[in-house]
Design a binder for this molecule. Structure first.
Ligand code: GTP
Ligand code: MG
Length: 607
């Protein structure tokens, strides 16, 4: 019953009780463990010490009941008096054993905490650097939420659950085997008697576990539905209000909430059965052992002390036995988490540079597409056999309806995605032959929604060229027309930007992006919808800055507003992944085709 998609464990369901949580099973446990070992092996020595500590403290644990039995026999030696001297020795010994054991357990925890955090640290680091090397195709097919959860939850789970449950498994085994040996040593007959309850416990837990497993799965599904509903209504709160859907949304919520409550109650009740039932059974076991032991003792076959020891051992025997299954489940889900993490580490990285790759230097900016076809997803062609050539320094405008493939053309040119069919040449050389780093450096990109990093404005501009001096940064900002507003900010160039630059207006963010590109001095410029949603004054500023940038630079410009692209050397009208018209403004107008229609209709719209 593995449902691998349930990465979240039902929070708050167990409520301190031993709950049976749906278990995820790893697909290939052996293989995953082997890979995990790669991370744990640096801690080999420490792991070994931890295991030794576990075994020693397990053995110490086993001596206590035996000593207690002895102590009882010194109190009732059948001679009419208490053997105080021997009793005192045993008590001191017991106290020392308990103290030593606590110390050993503390040491274990201490070492495990350190080593598991170091392992997590390394795994986190390898995933994060892996993410940076993956191609964009990977990010198209994985949600941010999913990646976040792998990088945080799954990774944390790995080392903590795995190391802790391994320790628990080990100490359980030591306890079970040790107690069994001691029980047989003390009294073989009583051992047989006390083992009667073991199959009972097994059958019972199995039955209830199966039932609760189903219920918890239902509970998790109901929780998923409820969460989805919450997410949708809060994310779309604006729409909910506009369309007056508050009441409908509340009704839906009440319905989902009710379902969750009902399964929740069932799940709790069933999982709540387990502990009391176990108690009944184990008390029943004790009773049997006590009665049977009593009879044997009266007959003089065993001492009272043996009964006392025996009861302790049978407890030490059954408790870990009952826990074994759930510990194993925890271990399994930890390993399943590890598997998800390794899946990322196994993803194909972006292609590495070819051995004979050349650095893109002193690029003039000639661009040619030769029969380029492309698809993001199998069977859904986005670009179909695109061919065109751009002279160095020319400005190309891409126009066409939304979803036509304009951004895709740019994505291929910059090498964010690789073409499957056809070739893209820059200065006559296939872009695959350039070193990737150097290829990215020849482009300057200004997007509509500019992403700024958290940091100062200065740092954000400097991102264009990391070795730029403060003077160069200021000059770039001046050219971009950003200097004025930056100086008006309270901390000028050292003003901190929040993540994404949310404390600036859209236009201001764009000016900073332009300054960044000015600083970078790219050979080819890409402006995707660069001027929209801005007030006319800022737009004018941006326009001026752009014009300066575009001088003597090959420029690709994507704009819906035709007025901004009239001066382009070449206009390409893209529709459904094909170039349907190509030429300059005058030529296209005289053709009286699609461009003509677009242009005239826009001018009518604008008034
Ligand atoms: P606008 O920016 O809206 O004007 O459109 P565009 O001409 O820039 O379209 P774009 O090139 O972004 O998209 C062309 C087609 O490719 C559309 O049908 C999209 O659905 C699809 N597409 C774009 N990006 C992706 C992506 O990352 N993954 C997948 N699978 N499809 C994509
Ligand atoms: Mg686009």
């Amino acid at each position: 019953m593995g449902h691998k998609h349930n990465s979240k464990r039902p929070a708050g369901i167990s409520g301190g009780r031993r709950a049976i949580v749906p278990v995820e099973k790893p697909k290939d446990m052996k293989h995953t463990l082997k890979r995990l070992w790669e991370y744990f092996k640096y801690e080999k020595f420490k792991l070994f010490i931890v295991f030794m500590l576990v075994i020693v403290s397990g053995l110490l644990n086993l001596t206590a009941p035996f000593l207690i039995g002895k102590a009882v026999d010194f109190i009732f030696p059948g001679k009419g008096f208490v053997e105080f001297v021997k009793l005192k020795k045993i008590i001191i010994l017991l106290i020392s054993i308990y103290m030593l054991n606590s110390l050993l357990i503390f040491l274990q925890e201490y070492m495990v905490a350190g080593l598991s955090q170091r392992v997590v640290y390394n795994i986190r680091e390898s995933i994060f650097s892996k993410l940076q090397k993956l191609s964009l195709v990977f990010f198209d097919t994985h949600t941010h939420g999913e990646l976040m959860s792998r990088l945080t939850n799954d990774v944390d789970n790995i080392s903590v659950t795995i190391s802790q449950s391994i320790i628990q498994l080990m100490s359980s085994v030591v306890n079970i085997v040790g107690s069994l040996i001691m029980m047989i040593y003390l009294s073989p007959i009583m051992t047989v008697v006390s083992l009667i309850t073991v199959p009972m416990v097994y059958v019972l837990t199995k039955t209830i576990a199966n039932k609760t497993k189903i219920l918890f799965k239902e509970q998790q599904d109901a929780l998923g539905v409820l969460n989805g509903h919450i997410e949708e209504t809060i994310g779309g709160i604006y729409e909910v209000k506009i369309f007056n859907k508050e009441d409908k949304v509340i009704d839906e919520f009440i319905q989902n909430n009710k379902v969750l409550k009902e399964v929740g109650v069932q799940a709790q009740i069933w999982s709540g059965f387990i502990m009391p039932l176990m108690n009944v059974i184990s008390n029943f076991g004790f009773t049997v052992v006590a009665i049977f032991g009593g009879i044997l003792s009266v007959k003089g076959k065993i001492s009272v002390g043996v009964i006392a020891s025996f009861i302790s051992y049978s407890k030490q025997f059954t408790k870990p036995l009952n826990e074994l299954a759930s510990t194993f489940n925890t271990l399994q889900s930890g390993i399943a988490g590890a598997e998800r993490v390794f899946e990322i580490l196994d993803e194909q990285e972006e292609r590495k540079d070819f051995e004979d790759a050349i650095a893109a230097k002193d690029i003039k900016g000639e661009v040619e597409f030769k029969n380029v076809s492309f698809q993001y997803e199998e069977g859904k062609p986005v670009l179909k056999n695109i061919s065109f050539k751009v002279k160095p320094g020319d400005t190309v405008a891409l126009v066409g309806p939304t979803g036509a493939g304009k951004t895709t053309i740019v994505n291929l040119l910059t090498g964010f995605y690789e073409v499957e069919k056809g070739e893209i040449l820059i200065d006559g050389i296939n872009i695959k032959k350039y070193k990737k780093d150097s290829l990215r450096e020849i482009f300057g990109i200004v997007l509509q929604d500019t992403y700024l990093f958290s940091g100062t404005i200065k740092e954000n501009i400097k991102y264009g060229r990391l070795d730029a001096t403060d003077d160069e940064i200021k000059r770039a900002a001046k050219i971009a027309g950003a200097d004025d507003f930056i100086n008006r900010l309270s901390h000028g160039y050292n003003t901190m930007l929040y993540e994404g630059g949310m404390n600036l207006s859209e236009g201001q963010r764009q000016l900073i992006a332009i300054a960044r590109v000015v600083l970078a001095e790219p050979s080819i410029l890409i402006l995707d919808e660069a001027t929209s949603n801005i007030d006319t004054r800022t737009e004018f500023k941006i326009q001026k800055a752009m014009e300066k940038l575009m001088e003597n630079r090959t420029t690709f410009m994507i704009a819906h507003r035709l007025s901004t692209i009239r001066d382009a050397d070449m206009i390409m009208v893209i529709d459904k992944g094909q170039i349907i018209e190509k030429g300059n403004h005058k030529e296209l107008l005289s053709q009286k085709g699609i461009y003509y229609n677009l242009y005239t209709s826009q001018f009518v719209d604008v008034g």
